[in-house]
Design a protein around this ligand. Structure first.
Ligand code: GLV
Ligand code: MN
Ligand code: MN
Length: 406
């Protein structure tokens, strides 16, 4: 019997997980290590246990579910993504990849498939990086790109410590991160961008992922009276920050493939009649070409030097820096073959978003499958993908996983 995804169960779970961890205003906000994260993790673990998976948690809180039926030997084919979210998130980002991975294993079980290699489902800790930087932290640690002790010691935006929060919610596991060496890693994700919808395509075969540079910038000026201080005598950290924001916007608009975002900005003392004494903001720069990304970083530094020359105190702190990634050509080709066999319309593409597969590509042949996002919207509660499109993606994931574990 040819295995098939139980689409109704996949969609029902996505919705149930999507209702888990909402805040008092109804916003989905499962930040890493939070009570909401715990609620999502508990639900996922319940489903994993029900599927008969051996659930193992590592020291950075990554959740693994191993399916090793008789005769399956060697390193596992790993499928997964993340279930932490941004603030006021949609229900698909990350969760689709995890729940589709579970559905793949269940579909093989239901069809009586006996894989030659085990399958491992994984939900990585802190992919979003909203509370603790860098993003993709759980997969980065599992791939050996960051020491687990350093990751656990990360201080969050709310002054919490990731390690303490994982212990508090009961997800500081004992396995060493990276205890499983996947023979391949697969991640299904919503595109989170407009390309597939615009091209009326059902699937994106992701062969590359752009580079990401995150830093925190602090500008120090002088607090003074808003009414008495002449414009020429001000050292206004808020104005300086605004200049950087508009500089980056113009820079990215004028650079092929570049995007630049200032997503957080805090002024202090934050009072209507006080000139800001400090501005602290984050910068997110991305480009598929690493040399170009370095040029963007250098241009920002030049802009900050101009502010320093004007007497403002400017410091920067690196938060994340990931080079562009090229996924495994063999797995990319396998996805294309499987998509063609299913008569899907597909297209090779680059991922604009960061993903755990980007980290796992350091240690295993990896690739990703995208399904369309309505209006290209993500990191927003309006994030939406048709149920049928989700199931198409999950069935394709099933076909590819089936070929890789045979
Ligand atoms: C993760 O969602 C990222 O690309 O920032
Ligand atoms: Mn994601
Ligand atoms: Mn995301």
């Amino acid at each position: 019997m040819r295995p098939a995804i139980d689409g109704a169960r996949l969609i029902a779970r996505l919705k149930e997980l999507g209702e888990t961890g909402r805040d008092t205003e109804g916003r989905l906000c499962r930040l890493a290590g939070s009570d909401a994260d715990k609620a999502g993790r508990d639900l996922l673990c319940r489903w994993m246990h029900a599927a008969g998976l051996r659930v193992e948690i590592d020291r950075i809180g990554n959740i693994h579910g191993l399916w090793q039926p008789g005769g399956a030997e060697g390193d596992p084919v790993m499928i997964g993504s993340h279930i932490d979210t941004v603030i006021d998130a949609g229900i698909y980002d990350g969760c689709l990849g995890v729940l589709a991975g579970l559905a793949v294993i269940e579909a093989m079980q239901a069809a009586g498939i006996r894989p030659s290699h085990p399958l491992a489902l994984v939900a990585f800790t802190n992919e979003e990086g909203v509370r603790y930087a860098p993003d993709m932290m759980g997969s980065l640690v599992a791939a050996g790109g960051m020491e687990v002790a350093e990751a656990l010691a990360t201080i969050g935006t709310d002054a919490s410590t990731l390690g303490a929060e994982l212990a508090r919610i009961g997800y500081a596991g004992e396995r060493e991160p990276g205890f499983l060496t996947p023979r391949a890693f697969l991640e299904l994700h919503v595109e989170q961008g407009p390309v597939l919808e615009a091209g009326a395509l059902q699937v994106g075969v992701v062969d590359t992922l752009q580079g990401i540079s995150w830093q925190r910038v602090t500008i120090g000026g002088t607090a003074n009276h808003a009414g008495t201080t002449p414009m020429a005598l001000r050292r206004d950290a808020g104005v300086a920050a605004a200049r950087v924001v508009t500089f980056l916007d113009r820079l990215a608009r004028g650079t092929a493939g570049a995007v630049a975002t200032v997503g957080t900005l805090r002024l202090a003392p934050d009072a209507i009649n006080v000139i800001p004494a400090s501005a602290v903001f984050t910068v997110d720069l991305r480009n598929p070409d690493d040399a170009c990304l370095r040029d963007l970083e250098a241009a920002l530094e030049t802009c900050l030097d101009e502010l320093r020359a004007e007497g403002l105190a400017v410091t920067t702190e690196p938060l994340a820096r990931f080079a562009p990634v090229r996924f495994d050509p063999g797995i990319v080709a396998t996805i294309e073959e499987a998509a063609t066999e299913r008569r899907l319309t597909w297209h090779r593409m680059t991922s604009g978003a960061g993903h755990d597969a980007q980290m796992m590509a350091r240690v295993a042949p990896s690739a990703m499958i995208f399904v369309p996002s309505r209006d290209g919207i993500s990191h927003n509660p309006a994030e939406f993908t048709d149920d049928s499109a989700l199931v198409i993606g999950a069935d394709l994931l099933l076909d590819v996983a089936g070929r890789l574990c045979r």
